[in-house]
Design a protein around this ligand. Structure first.
Ligand SMILES: [Mn+2]
Length: 352
């Protein structure tokens, strides 16, 4: 027996040569491909949507591609990403999607994560084959034509980079545009390389290759780290001011009252949690965003022993082992109960 090709040896991948061929054939035959971002989109989501669009065009130059921001909300911190101006913002009005014959779903474990777009187009999602490309903890076996999942990568864009190589025979050229987009996902999802694959070498080899291919690392680093909005300063200040300890959990919240008169919005509060979780003594961090009738919670942990993805699943959410989110109904009493559960869960994880 010959040795399995490298494609089988990475930790976590769910695909094989047959899946790669199946996915390529589906893209080559498709006439209209829908590629949505997940709700509360981020740099990895936006850039992987735009890269998968380029891959679909490489497979069929005549294809029509609709890249859609599922909840209509593009964070202003991503307005510099090349190609983002071509994306359609879904804000509730009808979209010309009747003839969509393939859906590519990057950076989501299931199409439900397309939120308002999914709710409005359930029939389309039910009848159309899906190519899933993801690095979140899977949430069961949602039907997909091919499922490309690997939870060991720092960004779904690391996985897309690998897929481009695996499609093989020069089918997809890594243009400077694609190289920059791949860097966008890798830089943003890793917190500018606070997290890497393995000892770091696989990540930085990939980065070096992408820089050699014409990727604009300076643009990506500046966009990620030097383009905070004034609203972020206001929101972050209010949220850090309100940060409180509950055992090993450092938490804060963002309510409409806190934003009044600042010109900031909820999106400006994104990222605070990654700052809080880097505090000595933290086992887990939580941010509660006040929403209509309930809360959206963002969770982080400092160790895989505190699996916040599993915790979020109790509330119908999910994500990564050390970074997850969910929503729940209720007011301050329900939030306090959630927090108390999280404290107990975190203490139990830290004891292991
Ligand atoms: Mn991601």
């Amino acid at each position: 027996m010959t040795a399995a090709p490298a494609v089988f040896t990475r930790s976590g991948p769910t695909w094989d040569e047959h899946g790669l061929e199946q996915a390529w054939a589906a893209m080559a035959a498709a006439r209209h491909v829908l590629i949505p971002t997940h709700i509360n989109t981020d740099g990895d989501s936006v850039s992987s949507v735009l890269t998968m669009a380029e891959i679909a065009r490489a497979a069929n130059p005549a294809v029509r591609v609709s890249c859609v921001i599922s909840d209509g909300n593009l964070p202003p911190t991503l307005d510099w990403v090349p190609g983002v101006e071509t994306m359609i913002r879904y804000t509730g009005g009808p979209l010309p999607l009747d003839d969509v014959d393939l859906i590519i779903a990057p950076d989501v474990p299931e199409v439900r994560r397309f939120g308002p777009l999914y709710e409005a187009y359930r029939d389309l999602f039910a009848r159309t084959p899906v190519l899933l490309v993801d690095h979140h903890v899977p949430r069961g076996d949602e039907p997909a034509l091919v499922r490309f999942t690997d939870t060991s990568v720092i960004a779904v864009q690391s996985l897309v980079h690998r897929l481009i190589g695996q499609f093989g025979r020069g089918r997809v050229a890594i243009t400077p545009h694609i190289a920059t987009l791949l860097l966008v996902g890798m830089v943003t999802d890793s917190g500018s390389f606070q997290r890497v694959e393995g000892n770091g070498a696989p990540t930085f080899r990939a980065v070096a290759d992408l820089c050699d291919a014409g990727g604009d690392l300076a643009l990506v680093m500046d966009g990620t780290n030097l383009r905070k909005t004034p609203g972020m300063v206001a929101a972050w200040g209010a949220m850090i001011n309100r940060a409180r300890w509950a055992g090993p959990v450092l938490w804060t919240e963002l309510t409409p009252a806190m934003l009044e008169g600042t010109g900031a919005n909820e999106t400006d509060g994104e990222g605070v949690i990654n700052w809080l979780v880097g505090t000595r003594g933290v086992g887990a961090s939580a941010i509660f965003y006040r929403q209509e009738g309930g809360w959206r919670a963002g969770l982080r942990s400092t160790t895989p022993a505190v699996d916040v993805s599993a915790f979020a699943r109790r509330y119908g959410g999910g994500g990564h082992v050390q970074a997850s989110g969910c929503t729940f109904a209720g007011g301050e009493a329900e939030r306090d109960a959630f927090l108390q559960s999280l404290v107990e869960y975190t203490e139990a994880g830290l004891r292991r």
